[in-house]
Design a protein around this ligand. Structure first.
Ligand SMILES: Nc1nc2c(c(=O)[nH]1)N[C@H]1C(S)=C(S)[C@@H](COP(=O)(O)OP(=O)(O)OC[C@H]3O[C@@H](n4cnc5c(=O)[nH]c(N)nc54)[C@H](O)[C@@H]3O)O[C@H]1N2
Ligand SMILES: Nc1nc2c(c(=O)[nH]1)N[C@H]1C(S)=C(S)[C@@H](COP(=O)(O)OP(=O)(O)OC[C@H]3O[C@@H](n4cnc5c(=O)[nH]c(N)nc54)[C@H](O)[C@@H]3O)O[C@H]1N2
Ligand code: SF4
Ligand SMILES: [Mo]
Length: 715
């Protein structure tokens, strides 16, 4: 038996784990206590990660659909056939015929560069990312305000006196979203206990986080912007701002914000968000006066058609009170590879989609638009879809519309560990490679750590025999189809040459790979060397935590903060001008939640999770239950104008009346392509079929995943 020190790559927390291995099988996964930072937060998902590797229905070879069966096909033959099929579609219909969607787990793989690089080279406009159902509005905001699309902010929890947590539940989901704090919720609780720090949680539901915080403030879903505008209003009106911070901003932009916030009554904003005016005043005063404070707006804010404005106003609050990028606030860490240098002018909002004319984000369209781009005939129509690490039919809005549209595609390819709902009609199943089977240095997370830490994520297991790394699949397709990898001439020649050298000299490491690219990127900033990483398998703390580095970045780039981008101001005025209409046929608002032992639409089929829950349910308030004659456990029907679903009711006082809560991600079967496609697991109901793909955030294309109007009745 031997032990490999590596990281769990299921979420941003990147927890350090020690993996005991015997005969290429995991004996045990435990927290790596020698890691200086990230081991304390290890959760059951990481500790049982081998359950997915050893899943009985795991795809362990390339499978091709023939009739309604799957057959195994040698990898090289698959590359030839797939390249020919894609080329055929492109010759007939143009490059946009080939569509691509990547899901959340790809963000934790260094192979991402090669997947994205293939489609960049191919030049298709039909590219879709999970960011459009998660975080794209954050990128839109930092791009407009700072001029950089990728500025993750690390919450300096351990030094904070006042934490305003809006739309997040770190007690279950971890402090892990665009900036991770290892053991963050424990650190926040310690700060409350030992230093008297205040944690105010704004959430429509009394989550575990809300229950353990100093204070829980309930809000009407989708209206965080109104609360935040209220806070900004009070801060201007009572002159609670930090004058030094204002001095750095353009006076006319400040005036614009002042005038805008002064022009709306606090009572109006209070009514919109459902938070009393005096509570808004109290939060504003405490926040501004706190020595060190942070306002974190997370997915509860993101997943609405108002998400961009919500994130923007959260940033405005931090900037005008002088808390941004200060000790105990959210601070920017350039990381061992400063990605803001690599990802600066790639926002492309001027490129709009073909059918809806919706702006793209970093060249990617919104998943909400995919059905239209498949259905609408004419030049640019999507004819094929390659999915990697994603389950868009379940995790995206209006899964039925997407499923129906996908029926019209000529070719569906899925790269995944398992065959789930979105992949059930796939023509090709390409085996995914689990993080236990990957050795990589994931530079995309280089700056997203609480304390500057770098660690090589070592490979613990060999993938099943004959299975190639996912990035190799895209590289091999690029070579076969003569698609310039990364959209750059010369890369393919370099790859061919390096592969030849590697073969001739029997040095597999010499072949061009994501790791080689990461090593090259290390040289750009020279904060940590490859040698250091190899010598320190538990990770290297390469710098002290520092504050105020964002100012330097902006100064060096000749940029200044644009606190009131014209588009955002216009949209805010628009939000203020329209009434928050309630349709009496759909009087409830549906929100969501996560579960500590599962990720979005996966892991519920694993033994670790099966011990806990078999299905999702519909939580509702006792008063609503009484009025509707519903008791705990009753079957209820939840409807939106699009569809209806049936679930068991759970009566609970965690919610306010008028709000129901259903966990997303359920209702995705697991199929077994090796056993005549039989269903290997099934559980719960897909609530996202209720969610409209037409009502989306105008900037990021994110739908109302967390504030859908529904009706509920007893069956
Ligand atoms: N209503 C509602 N909807 C939501 C949300 C919500 O809060 N409410 N949350 C949203 C959020 S935050 C997100 S991130 C999205 C997620 O949306 P997606 O990323 O599209 O979907 P997931 O459900 O995360 O599915 C991930 C897939 O990746 C596969 N996978 C896991 N590891 C690997 C790997 O190493 N290689 C490969 N090839 N495949 C792998 C899994 O088997 C699974 O099929 O869902 C969003 N949808
Ligand atoms: N165990 C586990 N951990 C995870 C994941 C998982 O699926 N399972 N997913 C990972 C991923 S992909 C992500 S993106 C992160 C997300 O991490 P978080 O952002 O913490 O996501 P949630 O836990 O869903 O918390 C969102 C909260 O917003 C609340 N909410 C809903 N609507 C509103 C609203 O309008 N306003 C406000 N203020 N609050 C609202 C919900 O009640 C919920 O408590 O978690 C990551 N970690
Ligand atoms: S899934 Fe759990 S163990 Fe893995 S990185 Fe996230 S918090 Fe850590
Ligand atoms: Mo996410």
């Amino acid at each position: 038996m031997h032990t490999i020190y590596t990281n769990c790559r299921y979420c941003e927390s990147n927890c350090a784990v020690a993996v005991d291995v015997k005969d290429n099988k995991v004996v045990k996964i435990s927290p790596d206590q020698k890691n200086p930072q990230t081991w304390k937060d290890v959760c059951s998902k990481g500790l049982t990660a081998q359950e997915l590797v050893e899943h009985p229905a795991r795809i362990t070879a390339v499978m091709k659909r023939v009739g309604d069966q799957y057959i195994e096909v040698p990898y090289e033959q698959a590359i030839d056939e797939i390249a020919a099929q894609l080329q055929g579609l492109i010759n007939k219909n143009g490059k946009d015929a080939v569509g691509y969607y990547y899901g959340n787990p790809l963000g934790f793989s260094a192979g991402l560069t090669f997947s994205l690089g293939f489609f960049e080279g191919l030049g298709t406009n039909n590219r879709y990312s999970v960011g459009s159902i998660d975080q794209n509005n954050n990128h839109v905001v930092t791009h407009k305000v700072f001029g950089h699309q990728f500025i993750p902010m690390n919450p300096d929890v351990e030094n904070s006196d006042y934490m305003l947590l809006i739309g997040m539940n770190p007690a279950e989901s971890k402090f892990s979203w665009l900036g991770a704090v290892s053991n963050g919720w424990e650190k926040a609780r310690t700060a409350m206990k030992e230093r008297g720090a205040k944690v105010v949680v704004v959430d429509p539901r009394r989550t575990t986080t809300a229950a353990q915080a100093s204070e829980h403030v309930t809000i009407k879903p989708g209206n965080d912007w109104a609360l935040l505008l209220g806070l900004v209003k009070v801060i201007f009106a009572e002159e609670l701002y930090d004058q030094q911070s204002l001095n750095k901003l353009a006076a006319e932009q400040i005036d614009q914000l002042k005038t805008l916030s002064a022009g709306v009554e606090l009572s109006t904003l209070s009514q919109r968000c459902g938070i009393p005016s005096d509570k808004i005043q109290e939060i504003a005063r405490d926040y501004a006066k706190a020595k060190a404070a942070m306002c974190l707006t997370q997915t509860g804010v993101s997943m609405h058609d108002t998400g961009t404005i919500g994130h923007w106003l959260g940033l405005v609050l931090d900037i005008i009170t002088g808390h941004l990028d200060q000790k105990g606030g959210r601070h920017w860490e350039p990381g061992y590879v400063n990605l803001s240098k690599f990802a600066k002018d790639d926002m492309k909002p001027e490129t709009v989609s073909r059918v809806r004319q919706q702006p793209t984000v970093m060249g990617y369209r919104s998943l909400a638009e995919m059905p239209d781009e498949i259905n609408a005939q004419g030049p640019g129509q999507m004819k094929a879809l390659i999915m990697q690490c994603g389950n868009p039919v379940i995790s995206g809005p209006d899964g039925k519309a997407l499923e129906q549209a996908m029926d019209k595609l000529d070719l569906i390819i899925s790269v995944d560990l398992l065959q789930r709902e979105s992949h059930k009609k796939a023509d090709w199943l390409i085996p995914g490679v689990h993080w236990l089977e990957r050795g990589e240095l994931n530079t995309s997370l280089a700056g997203g750590m609480d304390t500057p830490l770098a660690q090589y994520s070592a490979q613990a297991l060999q993938p099943p025999e004959g299975v190639h790394q996912e990035w190799e699949f895209f590289m091999d397709l690029a070579l076969k189809m003569q698609v310039p990898m990364l959209g750059r001439k010369g890369v393919n020649t370099t790859v061919r040459f390096s592969r030849w050298l590697a073969k001739v000299f029997n040095k597999p490491d010499w072949a061009f790979s994501p790791l080689m690219l990461s090593k090259l990127m290390l040289l750009a900033d020279k904060k940590v060397s490859w040698k250091q990483l190899q010598e320190n398998p538990h990770g290297v703390v390469y710098a002290d935590k520092a504050y105020g580095q964002l100012d330097e970045l902006l100064k060096n780039a000749g940029e200044s903060i644009q606190i009131a981008p014209a588009e955002f101001v216009a949209e805010l005025k628009n939000l203020l001008s329209v009434e928050d209409e309630v349709d009496s046929a759909y009087p409830f608002t549906m929100i969501g939640k996560r579960n500590l032992s599962m990720m979005n639409s996966w892991q519920m089929d694993l033994p670790n999770m099966q011990k806990r829950e078999q299905s999702n349910c519909c939580e509702l308030h006792p008063e609503d239950a009484k009025a509707l004659g519903i008791t705990d456990g009753d079957k209820v029907k939840i409807s939106s104008p699009l569809a209806s679903i049936e679930l068991n009711a759970k009566v609970c006082d965690r919610l306010q009346p008028g709000i129901v809560c259903i966990q997303h991600g359920w209702g995705s079967s697991v199929f077994n392509p090796k056993a005549s496609n039989e269903i290997s697991w099934q559980g719960g109901v897909n609530k996202n079929v209720l969610i409209d793909n037409k009502r989306i955030d105008p900037f990021s294309g994110i739908p109302n995943l967390n504030s859908t109007r529904v009706n509920i009745e007893r069956l």
